[in-house]
Design a protein around this ligand. Structure first.
Ligand code: NDP
Ligand code: GDR
Length: 323
């Protein structure tokens, strides 16, 4: 039997993987973190907990590696966070994005089916699946209209999760998470690009910040609390799909106003629109209706947008000072 107190996280070196690992450790889990081989180590986000996690080599492109990990460690819960997650890159590398973000999900579901099909599974689905939105706000029943190879791959990952649940009776759940950010966010995503850019301008290292579409709107929440929703989904008797969001939407322009203001700067004096950051097809507006997660999981976003942006600016100013 797989152990219910042992969890496997794919994508443990990412933003969400690091917060989820912390949460599971605090709940007394034995945490197995899958890491892919690279020529340089990139464990910054988990350095503080590395001695408490068991890191194992594997790749969602390689089903044998997944089978071996599952056979050897027999986790009762598997959180699939691994993906090529940057939307802009997905136009440049659509096939790779499909391999990792779409087919990677089938590889891991199939490996679970062949080893311990009773293990519980979480799939990191995305609000990018709603793309050119069919209704506002978006909920679990809103139809999908992805606008990037990444969004298309996530739609596949979502439906294969539903399919394995229905075909094999697996406890497979899909969390449709809207954008969530933190001081651990990758530097290429717009929130962190802005807050890190503000810190550099404040420190006199840069004078301008080049961005793409300032009008797009997102439902931005705090990653540290979104991982709790993932875990809670796997504690339910029945697997299901849930939207996880704040229910508020803000533009990139508002993000800039708040972030620069926090550092005592005028955003209009520094932000330059550069078309290299515009996307071939944009998702104009996302805002989630997380009432199902609230009713069934008791989950609700607590950290507001301004608080989140200010937390990230403060963390980046502090980071640059220490560097
Ligand atoms: P990150 O980009 O920060 O982390 C992605 C993780 O996936 C990294 O650990 C990366 O490893 C790993 N990875 C990439 N390719 C492979 C591969 N082929 N095999 C094994 N591991 C791989 O993403 P986030 O933490 O922000 O997001 C986690 C998941 O949630 C992703 O699936 C993302 O698409 C999804 N999501 C994220 C949202 C958000 O707002 N953050 C919203 C909705 C969904 P390495 O460090 O080696 O690159
Ligand atoms: P997104 O996040 O595409 O929503 O995907 P990102 O932060 O990259 O973009 C959000 C919005 O900001 C606009 N934008 C810019 N974006 C970036 N990266 N850089 C810029 O310079 C810039 N200027 C404007 C974008 O056009 C877009 O409208 C994130 C990822 O974490 C996905 O993995 C996840 O599934 C979704 O969130 C939900």
């Amino acid at each position: 039997m797989p152990s219910t107190r042992r969890a496997l996280i794919t994508g443990v070196t990412g933003q969400d993987g690091s917060y989820l690992a912390e949460l599971l450790l605090s709940q007394g889990y034995e945490v197995i973190g899958m890491v892919r081989r690279s020529s340089t180590v990139n464990f910054e986000r988990i350095a503080h907990i590395q001695d408490r996690i068991r890191l194992v080599p594997g790749d969602v492109l390689d089903e044998v590696s997944l089978l071996e990990i599952l056979r050897e460690h027999r986790p009762g819960e598997v959180y699939n966070l691994a993906a090529q997650s940057f939307v802009q890159t997905s136009w440049r590398q659509p096939v790779f994005t499909g391999e990792a973000t779409a087919l990677g999900v089938t590889r891991i579901l199939d490996a679970i089916r062949l080893t311990d099909p009773e293990s519980r599974f979480y799939q990191a689905s995305s609000s990018e699946m709603f793309g050119r939105v069919r209704e506002t706000p978006q909920n679990e029943l809103t139809s999908f209209y992805p606008r990037s190879p990444y969004g298309v791959a996530k739609v596949y990952g979502h439906w294969i999760t539903v399919n394995y649940r229905e075909s094999y009776g697996m406890h497979a759940s899909s969390g449709i998470l809207f954008n969530h950010e933190s001081p651990r966010r990758g530097l290429e995503f717009v929130t962190r690009k802005v807050t890190h850019g503000v810190a550099k301008i404040k420190a006199g290292l840069e004078t301008e910040l080049r961005l793409g579409n300032l009008e797009s709107k997102r439902d931005w929440g705090y990653a540290g609390e979104y991982v709790k929703a993932m875990w809670t989904m796997l504690q339910q008797d029945e697997p299901d799909d849930y939207v996880v969001a704040t229910g508020e939407t803000h533009s990139v322009r508002e993000l800039c106003e708040i972030a620069f203001d926090r550092a005592g700067l005028d955003w209009e004096a520094h932000v330059v629109v550069d078309e290299q950051f515009l996307r071939p097809a944009e998702v104009d507006l996302l805002v989630g209706d997380a009432s199902k997660a609230r009713a069934k999981l008791g989950w609700k976003a607590e950290v507001g947008f301004a608080e989140l942006v200010q937390m990230m600016v403060d963390a980046d100013i502090d980071l640059l000072r220490r560097q």
